[in-house]
Write a protein that binds this ligand. Structure first.
Ligand code: TMP
Length: 212
């Protein structure tokens, strides 16, 4: 018997914006409403590729900038069979970061165009909804443990935020922006209906990943 495809819901934002907490709340809310839901996150640091990325982020190793960008993308691609399997089983996937982070972070480095950064992720399953949690990078910097990992400087995060703003101009992506005061306990409540989850309307995108 065929079942309805699950929805692919992505949460994006600058570092320390609270994405992980909101992902957990959303998964919990979906499960409470009787829907199958699971969380995934990128980078997935458990795989061999993920361990290389993790070591880089923890500043234990250095990687050339193009190389690490491609590793982040490869880390998504290696999860695609599992993602498709779960979505086809009717499981709603709530994903902490996706290709949008890949583009926003690398293109915040000098010499990287949005176009170059998008290319390796073209063809990934297209999200039904991308929730952008907007937090002022200065506020993020006051949050616990900020600055331990690579990229956690206010100047860099401000540029990342600008890149996200550019990506959000793409109307072919179902972006929904939440300001900090809005998402406290609220974001997960309306996410599900916006994604069309469980309605059978959502698509398992094998189409181009429209990032910009
Ligand atoms: P996190 O595991 O705390 O979300 O941090 C991952 C870091 O890696 C964060 O600074 C964002 C960055 N990143 C990229 O640079 N490219 C990517 O493709 C992804 C998913 C994350």
């Amino acid at each position: 018997m065929s079942c309805r495809r699950g929805a692919l819901i992505v949460l994006e934002g600058v570092d320390r914006a609270g994405k992980t907490t909101q992902c957990q709340k959303l998964v919990h809310a979906l499960q409470q409403s009787g829907r199958a839901a699971e969380m995934m996150r990128f980078p997935d640091r458990t795989t061999k590729i993920g361990q290389l990325i993790s070591s880089y982020l923890e500043k234990k190793s250095n990687l050339e900038d193009h190389t690490v960008h491609l590793l982040f993308s490869a880390n998504r691609w290696e999860m695609v069979p599992l993602m498709k399997q779960k979505l086809e089983q009717g499981i709603n996937l709530v994903v902490d970061r996706y290709a949008f982070s890949g583009v926003a972070f690398t293109s915040a480095k000098p010499g990287f165009s949005l176009e170059w950064c998008m290319n390796p992720d073209i063809g990934l399953p297209k999200p039904d909804l991308v929730m952008f949690l907007q937090l002022n990078p200065n506020m993020a910097a006051n949050r616990g443990e900020y600055g331990i990992e690579r990229y956690e400087t206010s100047a860099f995060q401000r540029t990342v935020h600008q890149r996200f703003e550019e990506l959000m101009q793409d109307s072919s992506v179902n972006w929904k922006r939440y300001l900090q005061q809005q998402w406290r306990g609220q974001a997960h409540r309306c996410a599900f209906c916006r994604a069309g989850a469980g309605s059978g309307r959502s698509r398992l995108g094998t189409d181009r990943l429209h990032l910009g």
